[in-house]
Write a protein that binds this ligand. Sequence first.
Ligand code: NAG
Ligand code: NAG
Ligand code: NAG
Ligand code: NAG
Ligand code: NAG
Ligand code: NAG
Ligand code: NAG
Length: 294
Amino acid sequence: MGCKSLYFISVIGFIFFSSFAQSLQNDSARLSLDALLQHYASKALARSHSGILYKASLPANLSGMEASVVRQRSGSLWSRGANYSSFRFPPRIIPSPYTRRLAMVFENLGNWSSYYYRIPGHSLVTPVVGFRAYDASNFSSIVITPVNLSLTGDPIFIHFPPFLLPSGLNWTARCVTFSVDGTVVLANMILPNVCSTRKQGHFSIVVEQPKRNEKRAWKVWKWWVIGLVGGFVGLVGICVVCILVRHTRAKKIRKMEKKADQGESFNTVWIGTSKMPSAAVTRTQPILENGYAP
Ligand SMILES: *[C@@H]1O[C@H](CO)[C@@H](O)[C@H](O)[C@H]1NC(C)=O
Ligand SMILES: *[C@@H]1O[C@H](CO)[C@@H](O)[C@H](O)[C@H]1NC(C)=O
Ligand SMILES: *[C@@H]1O[C@H](CO)[C@@H](O)[C@H](O)[C@H]1NC(C)=O
Ligand SMILES: *[C@@H]1O[C@H](CO)[C@@H](O)[C@H](O)[C@H]1NC(C)=O
Ligand SMILES: *[C@@H]1O[C@H](CO)[C@@H](O)[C@H](O)[C@H]1NC(C)=O
Ligand SMILES: *[C@@H]1O[C@H](CO)[C@@H](O)[C@H](O)[C@H]1NC(C)=O
Ligand SMILES: *[C@@H]1O[C@H](CO)[C@@H](O)[C@H](O)[C@H]1NC(C)=O
């Protein structure tokens, strides 16, 4: 194997590591997905009636997800609450800063849930659902600004569809909240399949993965990292040694050839019973181990 192929392998190793590092931080993927779903939802808002939930039509590359939107008067939300999608909003919720009208966008990430949302050591057992409230007081406005909701009474309840737990172990299902401020919180269910929240964001139900598997996965993972880092460092090392060896050999040969040209006396060795000049060997064209002439 020549130095060139080693060099290429090193480069590929580097590319692998950098893409690997990128895949670990994809908050931006979630944010751009939210922005995209909000964009399609706002299209559905254009000619809507207050208090009716409209489904957004999504492009083919988002198939499997759902987004819907509703226009809601703040006064009615405060006095009566509202039920949309899997969310139950109790009375006494007020937007902050106050706006007379709200637009609320609901998401269900369906089979894309675990692609966008993960929590270490846990598995999702329901799709991820989410909601976000926006200021809708100005209907001609293209820019929709998010608003905070201030809950002065009960929390918002989220009703999840029935789910089956993996059999065999004593599983405990818990609620997970990925709130818009970036925090992730695990909490116990208040009722079967029901979670509660006081914040906007995304929600799901998770079960803890068995400890034993977690440890083994970490072990395997650790050896992968050690192996790959070791291999990468090793390759760079081999490449450096390879270049050094080539360099010193070429230098030595040049030196010996120079000596021969100047007609200096050679070192002599004993072959059988006769004394011979040892540098004769280098008179033939040198062929290096790595296969090509310098
Ligand atoms: C997010 O990161 C996970 C690995 O943690 C990866 O499997 C997934 O493809 C990433 N998603 C996006 C949209 O980049
Ligand atoms: C889906 O397609 C739209 C254009 O139709 C594009 O703007 C968007 O980035 C794509 N989203 C994903 C997640 O691939
Ligand atoms: C989810 O399902 C849709 C079809 O309903 C499919 O087109 C899409 O690729 C699936 N997404 C994932 C992440 O498997
Ligand atoms: C929402 O649903 C609950 C029962 O699930 C009901 O008690 C409540 O009155 C409903 N609220 C509205 C505004 O429809
Ligand atoms: C509503 O939005 C439009 C376009 O963004 C803007 O020109 C107008 O001044 C806004 N009206 C109010 C009352 O904010
Ligand atoms: C919503 O509340 C958070 C803190 O809880 C604050 O940082 C943010 O600016 C608020 N947003 C608006 C639109 O008031
Ligand atoms: C499952 O675990 C809970 C506590 O985490 C315990 O109360 C219950 O008895 C366990 N059930 C079985 C069948 O082991």
